[in-house]
Design a protein around this ligand. Structure first.
Ligand SMILES: [Zn+2]
Length: 325
């Protein structure tokens, strides 16, 4: 975990600095289980705000980090780029800590939050836990949100999640991308696992980002970056592969969801993890799509391959993510 932003090193004093202080924001870089937090200090007409709140198992850490970033000021607003459990799993904890906080979620997800429909929100399907929280406002594409005293535009960012939004500050050309653009990887395109079209919306969102021409991107995971051209090229290359051969996307999704399931548990036994995977609807669905009739054998093979490739380590009967990742 890294808090803040790296300084120009002595051997590279010309490294450009992101304008985060001028934007009134603190980037709290987390990991691949918990999404990053972007904390905006209070400014005239702009209440103190956090964008995204991490996964539930890290909620106490998220609370401590947000408190530290805000100092004595209360948190007044929570904003979520989308409602995957690693982006809003700390919402409930923050709402308990600051009972007057207002929570803003993508407009298209508002109804599902209000009825706490865990199928519509996706948690039941992937067996990820997200403690229920309340939502006060919808983030409508085309609207503007004052954050840190600056107007941030809300743009629709379908693809990885059909309801996701981007936050864009045009004066500094800073983009809060959620999981729509990472520096070197492409996130799972969830609609494709449901036989819905996710590839075309993903491509359209990458095109939108290219048109916006960000100078800085703050992704949902990983450090902020300035080389947007390389990031877009890497995402498009991966998307091209997935479109040409959709089974590769299913295989990628299975590996990524398995890694998340492992990170979300503390040293599970291999048998317990595999039993969980076999009971998880999205794994049953991916096995069907990949023509794998023997679910137990397929999940065992997935684990075995991650062990072989060094992503996962087995000690006795328990599994954990390899530390080098
Ligand atoms: Zn996501």
């Amino acid at each position: 975990m890294v808090v803040g932003w790296l300084r120009p090193s002595d051997d590279n004093p010309s490294m450009p600095m992101p304008p985060f202080a001028a934007l009134g924001l603190t980037l709290i870089e987390r990991d691949w289980l918990s999404a990053n937090q972007i904390v905006f200090a209070a400014a005239p007409d702009s209440p103190a705000t956090v964008v995204d709140t991490g996964y539930v198992t890290h909620a106490d850490t998220t609370l401590a980090l947000v408190r530290h970033a805000l100092g004595a000021a209360p948190l007044v607003r929570i904003v979520n780029t989308h409602l995957h459990a690693d982006h809003c799993g700390g919402n409930q904890r923050l709402q308990q800590a600051w009972p007057d906080v207002q929570t803003c979620v993508p407009q298209a997800s508002l109804a599902a939050v209000r009825t706490w429909d865990t199928w519509a929100l996706g948690y039941a399907r992937v067996h990820q836990h997200c403690p229920p929280f309340t939502a006060d406002h919808g983030l409508a594409p085309g609207a503007t949100l004052l954050l840190g005293g600056h107007p941030w535009q809300i743009h629709a960012a379908p693809g990885h999640d059909p309801h996701a939004v981007l936050l864009w500050e045009p004066a500094s050309r800073t983009l809060i991308a959620g999981d729509a653009l990472w520096q070197a990887r492409l996130a799972i395109i969830f609609p494709e696992l449901d036989d819905a079209d996710g590839f075309a919306p993903t491509r359209a969102t990458l095109d939108l980002i290219e048109q916006l021409a960000p100078r800085w991107v703050i992704p949902g995971h990983g450090p902020a970056f300035a080389d947007v051209t390389s990031a877009l090229a890497a995402s498009r290359r991966r998307l091209d592969q997935f479109e040409a051969e959709p089974r590769r996307h299913d295989a990628h999704a299975a590996r990524a969801l398995l890694m998340f399931a492992l990170m979300a548990r503390t040293a599970p036994s291999r048998a317990a993890l595999q039993a969980d995977l076999q009971a998880t609807p999205v794994f049953q669905q991916m096995a069907r799509r990949l023509g794998q009739r023997d679910l137990a054998a397929w999940t065992d093979e997935l684990v075995q391959r991650l062990l072989h490739d060094g992503w996962v380590v087995q000690q006795g009967d328990t599994l954990r993510v390899a530390t080098r990742h």
